[in-house]
Design a protein around this ligand. Sequence first.
Ligand code: PLP
Length: 379
Amino acid sequence: MFPSAYLDYNAGAPVRPAVAQAVAAALAEAGNPSSVHAAGRRARARMEAARAAVAGLVGAEPAGVVFTSGGTEANALALRGCGRRRVLVSAVEHPSVRDAVPEAEPIPVDGSGTVDLAALDHLLRADPRPAVVSVMLANNETGFIQPVAAVADVARRAGALVHTDAVQAAGRLNVSMSHLNVDFLTLSAHKLGGPSGIGALVLADPDFPLAPMLLGGGQERRRRAGTENLAGIAGFGAAAAAARHEVEGGEAVAEMRRLRDRLEEQARARVPETVIVGAGAERLANTACLALPGVAAQVQVMALDLAGVMVGAGSACSSGKVAASPVLAAMGLGADIARSAVRVSLGWASTAGDVDRFLAAWTELAARKGFDVSAAEAA
Ligand code: PLP
C-alpha cells in the first residue's frame, strides 16, 4: 500500500470504528422517533441516548441540544434565531459565522489573533441595541484559543447574549458551557470522528425561545422541523462519548501535543526558514500552522499530496478553496505568510509515522523550492 498520512483533521476526521458501528446499528432498524409504536420508541431512545452523550461532552443539559445538519446550520440558527438584531462576530470566525448575518459587525483581533476585549466593550457601549456576540472557542486554521469566558463577561455587562463556535475545540479541550458562561454553543460531529452532515446547537437554557429556521414539524422541541437524521445522530453520540473519554483522560490529548510539537520542531530544524504561526500562543494541541515563505499554500498542498501527505490550506473546510487566508490577514500577518501557510492537524488515529512522512515530504518540497535543507541532510 502507498504509505499516506492524513493530517487534515480540522477539515474532517476519519470516522471512528465505534461510530461506524453505531451508524450501522441505527440504519439496520426501521423507525421514526416521532412514531408512537415500538419501533418509533426504540428510535427515540437511540436518539435521546445520543443527545445525552453530546450534552455530556460540553456539560450541558440534554434538553438544550438541538440537532442540526452540521456546524454551519447551528451557527446560523444561533445568530438568526436568538432574536437579537445586532450581531457582533470576531474577525477570525469561520465563514459560517461571518456570513450568517450579512449586517454582522466585526470585532477586531490583535496580532496574536485574540479578540480585542476593549474594542468589544467599546462597540457594545456605542450602540444601545440588544446584541448577540459570537466568538469561536478555537480557530480552525491556527488552533488559537479565544478567551471566551472573558468575552462573555464583557458581553453580559452590556446585556448581550453570547454564542461560541466550539466546532474545533470540542474533543480537544475540556469544554464546559457553564465555565464559558455562553448562551449558545455550536458542535459538529465530523471533527470528532463522527459522520459529516450532523451537528448541534447547544442552549444553556433549554427553554430559551429560539426562533426556528425550518418550520413545519414539532421535532427538536419545535426548534428544528424535519425528521431527524437518526443514523447521523447515533454516530454523533458515539463520537461525542469517545471524544469526552479522550479529553477527560488527558493522555490522548497529551500524545497529540507531543506529536504536533515534534512536527513543528523538526520542520524548523530541517528547514530553518519554516515559519510556525503562533508558536507561543495558547492553542489546540492538534493544530500546526506552518508557512514556507514565498511558496503558495496551494503549491505546498499539492506537492505534499503527491507525496501522500494530506494537509489543509487556508480555510480549507470549503470545497477546494485555497486563497490567502482572511484569518491570518486579520491577525496582521504579511501577505507573504498569509498566502503560504498550510494547516497540519492531527487527531484520534494520528501516529508518529504520519509525522515522519510529513517531515520527509516537507524537507523534499523545501529542497525543490531552493530552501537550505543542509541541516536535514546532515542529520
Ligand atoms: N465552524 C468551524 C470553526 C469549522 O471549522 C467548521 C468546519 O467546517 C464549521 C464551523 C462548519 O461545520 P460543518 O462542516 O459541520 O457545517
